[in-house]
Each structure stands twice: as C-alpha cells, then as structure tokens.
Design a protein around this ligand. Structure first.
Ligand SMILES: [Zn+2]
Length: 96
C-alpha cells in the first residue's frame, strides 16, 4: 500500500487521502478582464507532465487539512509533501 506523508500527521495509508488536482494554480486577480478562452484555460486546462508534478491532496480521513505533494507520474512515487502556501522543496518563499 502506498504511504503518503501528511505534513501534520506523518505517514498514513493512501486510503485516508483525496486527490485535489494540480497545485499552485493562482486565481486571476480580476476575472472580469479575461475573455472566455482565458477563463476556460484557467478553469479547465492543467499540466499533464511525464515526471514530477505538483499536486494538492487532502487528508480527508485524518486531520482534514490540504497540502501539496510532488509526485513522479512515471513511478507514482510521492517525492515530497509540504504545507499549502509553501513553495515546493528546493524553492523559497510562498506560493498559492
Ligand atoms: Zn493529516
């Protein structure tokens, strides 16, 4: 069974978690300035890389908190987890 490390609770079985899509997607500051194509791109278009991918996860059957994870889409291994608002490991500052 795959173990995922919640930043608050530690390693737990994957069954306790829920996938929440790509991480670090910033909502446009003024959506009224976007045309339909730009708005659709924000809502629906996501990266689908082969390799490292930043994702949002929620510890649904634990603390209930949302956090980010870096997962290798080739091996399905979760390389790192970090709290929402933090940059991925190896980068500094904050992020959406
Ligand atoms: Zn947790």
């Amino acid at each position: 069974m795959l173990l995922i490390k919640c930043p608050w609770c530690g390693e737990r079985p994957e069954l306790e978690f829920s996938y929440g899509g790509e991480a670090h997607i910033a909502r446009p500051a003024d959506p009224t300035r976007l045309d339909d194509e730009q708005w659709a791109a924000f809502l629906y278009f996501r990266n689908n890389p082969k390799g490292l991918h930043a994702e949002r996860w929620r510890h649904v059957h634990g603390c209930g908190r949302v956090f980010n994870a870096q997962r290798d889409t080739v091996s399905d291994a979760i390389v790192a987890t970090y709290k929402a608002g933090e940059k991925p490991p190896g980068q500094s500052g904050s992020s959406p």
